[in-house]
Design a protein around this ligand. Structure first.
Ligand code: SF4
Length: 415
């Protein structure tokens, strides 16, 4: 999860206001664990995640091998310990090691981390355990060690196979390394994801299609295809590259979706495609507005208690995080979500899913009845952005294209 902003801390509410339907949270939703590793060899010019270049941080060594692994591991375990009272006894369905570049960790560190998680929390025996890997930071032995440690799903940040586009994205790997990483991933992981991007500087439609064809030649169980967007506070925002125009990007998106559909992939979320049964369980939990405990620098948590939903963010800068965890204060920010915001937050997640959600899930996750958003539902239906099929609520094709407009209708109005 990307790092958060510097929002002010809102005091916890002890009770939801009487204006909710007072359903309460009878049962907490499924719980996932997210572990953030905040370093990368180099900062990509488009990246707004909480990732810090090893070579640009004077306090951190220049070589990726010199990541302060022991200190960070100790901090992660201290952080986890301090969070246990909030999740005590709750089963963990999935673990995701994201970043940054978690593949900078050694296999031994990942082994120690997962063993510590298992000894402190009831981890589902067949829990999905994903690790994000950068093709420029892997060796064969590392993949074997990650697998032996219990990682059972690998997510490879390929982005493109085209050397010019990889260079324009500032990636540390080339097309050959991308292919080698996939071949190695297949040796150890039957479940893996490839991240691809389109709408890249100077990219033609044929080149976007070549990337997809090449990715499909490896028959990945899961593909994530993102359009490059320019985010604030990135090198690209300061010096924007020339990107394909909106029509060209829409053509790329259509071509990618058609290719993947023809190859038997189910498009199940805005940017996610999976072979049947290979959807990412960890991400599905986010989109179903499930709970997650995030540990590590800048990691976010969403935790449902009996009478409120709590959000947390850990200290963002790695060196600050290490100091704060050692002092027993890993949280930079913690607040109870205003109950009036829960319907909008739920919809922001659930309407990213192509199939939408089963109507009863709304009340279970938000403690509001569906009646509370009936007016907005009807308006979205009238605009052709959303449809109800029996107990199911889903965006239409038009709703997917104009997702922001659809979501806007469900966000709580502020004075
Ligand atoms: S490797 Fe990923 S997390 Fe790291 S800077 Fe590049 S895009 Fe960001």
């Amino acid at each position: 999860m990307p790092g958060g902003s510097g929002r002010t801390i809102i005091p916890l509410r002890r009770q939801p206001p009487a204006s909710t339907d007072e359903i309460g949270f009878r049962r907490p939703p499924p719980l996932a664990l997210y572990v953030h590793v905040p370093w990368c060899v180099r900062k990509c010019p488009y990246c707004d995640f909480n990732s810090h270049a090893l070579s640009a941080d004077s306090k951190m060594p220049r070589e990726p091998a010199a990541i302060p692994e022991r200190e960070y591991l100790a901090a992660l375990l201290g952080d986890l310990e301090s969070a246990l009272p909030l999740v005590w006894g709750r089963r963990v369905d999935s673990v995701f090691l994201g970043g940054g570049t978690p593949s900078l960790l050694s296999g031994a560190a990942v082994d120690e981390l997962l063993a510590a998680v298992r000894s402190r929390l009831p981890l589902l025996p067949n829990a999905e355990i994903t690790l994000e890997a950068n093709p420029g930071t892997i060796e064969r032995e590392k993949f074997a060690a990650f697998r032996a440690a219990g990682v059972n799903r690998l997510s490879l940040g390929i982005q493109s196979f085209n050397p010019h586009h990889l260079e324009s994205l500032g990636r540390i790997h080339d097309g050959h390394q991308a292919k080698t990483a996939i071949v190695e991933a297949i040796r150890y992981f039957d479940n893996f994801n490839l991240d691809l991007m389109y709408g890249l500087p100077g990219q033609a439609l044929t080149e976007a299609v070549e990337d997809i064809d090449l990715a499909l030649s490896f028959a990945p169980p899961h593909l994530s295809c993102y359009q490059l967007t320019i985010e604030a506070n990135t090198a690209f925002a300061a010096r924007p590259p020339a990107l394909p125009d909106a029509d060209d990007c829409a053509d790329m998106q259509d071509a990618i979706e058609a290719k993947l559909a023809a190859a038997g992939y189910r498009h199940y979320e805005t940017s996610a495609f999976a072979q049947p049964g290979r959807e990412c369980r960890h991400n599905l939990n986010y989109w179903h507005f499930g709970d997650y405990l995030g540990i590590g620098a800048g990691a976010h948590s969403k935790l449902t208690l009996r009478d409120r939903v709590l959000r947390q963010m850990r200290w963002k800068r790695p060196e600050q995080y290490l100091v704060k965890v050692a002092a027993g204060t890993p949280l930079q920010e913690e607040f109870a979500v205003d109950p009036a915001d829960l319907p909008g937050e739920f919809m922001m997640n659930a309407l990213r899913l192509i199939d939408g959600f089963a109507a009863p899930l709304f009340a279970t996750r938000t403690a509001w009845s569906l009646r509370s958003i009936e007016k907005q539902l009807q308006q979205a239906e009238k605009e052709g952005l959303l449809e109800r099929r029996g107990e199911h609520i889903a965006p239409t094709d038009r709703g997917r294209r104009f997702l922001n407009r659809l979501l806007q209708g469900f966000l709580a109005e502020r004075a």
